[in-house]
Write a protein that binds this ligand. Structure first.
Ligand SMILES: Cc1cc2nc3c(=O)[nH]c(=O)nc-3n(C[C@H](O)[C@H](O)[C@H](O)COP(=O)(O)OP(=O)(O)OC[C@H]3O[C@@H](n4cnc5c(N)ncnc54)[C@H](O)[C@@H]3O)c2cc1C
Ligand SMILES: NC(=O)c1ccc[n+]([C@@H]2O[C@H](COP(=O)([O-])OP(=O)(O)OC[C@H]3O[C@@H](n4cnc5c(N)ncnc54)[C@H](O)[C@@H]3O)[C@@H](O)[C@H]2O)c1
Length: 484
């Protein structure tokens, strides 16, 4: 039986980084992956195809150019699935190539097939022909990810009623679409199809959506999506979805029936630990198929680690990669620096995009932390005007006493890139004064940091002046506050 220092099951972002980190430590490493899935959900059906599709949609619809060239501007009037999928296939192919070559040049063996445990130190890999190969290892990393939740009450047919893995295989851009679940996946795809001109209805059982984000930004996103014809039905639960020759029917618990050409069912994902037979390794998964780990990503079986989506929140490619690296280092006693989980950014590629790091106004208020808000609106930044983005904003939350940055929330063009400036300032313990004094390239969206920082300190100064009068209520006697 072949033996490795470490075997990683799953080649998504978590598995890749675990295997390469181990190889860099001089360990004999292998990754097990199914045929046609190298790169995981991330490359094949999730992050990369959806983000590439978004770029194709923005480019072909000309949506981001319409403020400059008029609402009728389009690069192509009749956008087909072929137009959209060409770019996606190109990028996915390139990314798979990059991963295969990274694994090869680090001498990580790529073992093709489906793995399952037969003992805590042994797995069996079944290839497409049914051949079985037994492998043993000192350490294992489980990085098997998730699959879309598929309730039996939904008539998935892969063409008109689809999950997020199947949506890329749709044969046409639907005239109407129901999106079940206003989570990140649902909202990203709802944005894209609305931009393509589909009449989208989003159904969400909760009273609101994306509650972990800044409220003001989510309200702005909803406004923008409604402007593009999206209907939101909050507080409504989908009971069944029917597929008929003439279209689909979504039945809600409230008795409503919603017809549409297509339904995207994006109401959560399920860990795939069942197929791995984790019980043979001495592990138990929760009801959503997830495994629990300690702070080093070690399961209750000492030599078995679990990383990425299979361990649940935050279930992002970004965090999965870092978990993989950390697990491998811990497995082989390599020291690893501290990471501040509170500074992990979130990027939601809706149209427009949202990104944030740190805390929200609601969280700070609930924790009785005094803060000031500084806002820069893209329409007042020269770069915003050049780009034709009048709705974007950058919001800084600043501690009212020690002036440190507590949160950065961005909405609009390049939000997911822009947030990293604030993340760096926060990570290095910087205050709003750093941003006030710094000089940024002009014209840039980054300049928004200075504008927002000035806005926050102006408000703080106004409060200080009122206080300095000795009577906070006697506003008439307070010195006028100059606008900086
Ligand atoms: C539509 C969509 C959009 C997303 N967009 C973003 C985004 O913009 N940014 C972001 O950070 N994250 C995004 N995510 C989340 C991101 O894709 C996941 O967090 C990430 O892929 C998780 O990585 P992973 O390594 O844990 O697992 P995965 O990428 O899920 O890979 C797991 C791999 O394990 C393999 N596997 C499973 N069982 C076995 C077995 N028994 N034997 C062998 N191999 C097995 C699978 O075939 C799969 O290839 C998105 C997800 C989806 C679905
Ligand atoms: N940009 C990104 O980082 C990104 C993009 C896409 C996905 N992801 C990751 O993928 C994971 C899965 O995303 P998701 O959106 O599928 O799941 P989710 O669990 O975040 O959202 C599912 C939503 O569907 C709703 N829902 C569930 N059942 C319903 C029903 N019967 N009727 C109406 N509403 C119902 C839930 O209340 C929830 O709001 C997330 O954890 C996310 O982190 C990340």
């Amino acid at each position: 039986m072949e033996h490795y220092d470490i075997v990683v099951i799953g080649s998504g972002p978590a598995g890749q980084k675990a295997a390469i980190a181990a190889a860099k430590l001089g360990k004999r490493a292998a990754v097990v992956e199914r045929r046609d899935m190298v790169g995981g959900v991330c490359i094949n059906t999730g992050t990369i195809p959806s983000k590439t599709l978004r770029e194709a949609v923005l480019y072909l619809t000309g949506l981001n150019q319409r403020e400059l060239y008029g609402q009728s501007y389009r690069l192509k009037s009749d956008i087909t699935v072929t137009d959209l999928s060409a770019r996606t296939m190109h990028v996915v192919g390139k990314e798979i190539d990059v991963i295969q070559s990274q694994l090869a040049r680090n001498s990580v063996a790529l073992l093709i097939g489906s793995a399952r445990f037969v003992a805590p130190e042994e797995i069996v890999i079944e290839d497409a022909t049914g051949d079985l190969k037994h492998i043993s290892a000192d350490k294992f990393v489980i990085a098997v990810g998730t699959r879309p939740a598929r309730p039996s009450t939904v008539d998935f047919d892969g063409a008109t009623v689809v999950d997020s893995d199947q949506i890329l295989g749709m044969d046409r851009v639907p005239a109407s679409m129901v999106v079940v679940g206003a989570g990140v996946i649902g909202i990203e795809y709802a944005s894209m199809f609305a931009a393509l001109g589909s009449k989208v209805t989003v159904i969400e059982q909760r009273p609101s959506m994306l509650d972990f984000c800044d409220r003001e930004i989510i309200e702005s996103l909803q406004y923008q999506l409604r402007e593009r014809g999206v209907t939101f039905r909050f507080g409504e639960t989908v009971e069944t979805v029917e597929s008929h020759p003439s279209g689909t029917l979504t039945l809600l618990a409230s008795g409503k029936r919603i017809p549409a050409d297509t339904v995207l069912y994006s109401a959560g994902r399920q860990g795939v630990s069942d197929e791995l037979d984790v019980s043979a390794a001495g592990l138990t998964a929760d009801r959503r198929g997830r495994l629990s780990v300690d702070e080093h990503f070690r399961t209750e079986v000492d030599h078995i680690y679990a990383v990425g989506d299979i361990i649940g929140f935050p279930a992002l490619a970004a965090t999965s990669m870092e978990q993989g690296r950390r697990a491998a280092y811990h497995a082989f006693g390599e020291p690893v620096g501290a990471t501040d989980v509170d500074l992990q950014p979130i990027g939601i590629y809706a149209i427009p995009e949202i990104s944030f790091v740190g805390r929200t106004e609601d969280q700070l208020t609930a924790d009785n932390i005094p803060f000031e808000v500084g806002v820069a609106r893209y329409r007042e930044l020269a770069r915003g005007a050049i780009m034709g983005d009048s709705y974007g904003l950058l919001k800084l939350l600043v501690h009212a006493e020690d002036r440190t940055l507590l949160g950065v929330h961005a909405f609009g063009s390049n939000a997911a890139e822009l947030v990293h400036i604030g993340q760096t300032v926060m990570g290095l313990g910087g205050s709003v004064d750093y941003l006030v004094d710094a000089v940024f390239n002009y014209p840039t969206l980054a300049e928004g940091y200075k504008v927002a920082a000035l806005d926050a300190v102006n408000k703080m100064r106004a409060i200080a002046r009122v206080r300095a009068t000795g009577n906070a209520l006697d506003l008439d006697s307070a010195a006028p506050v100059p606008s900086t």
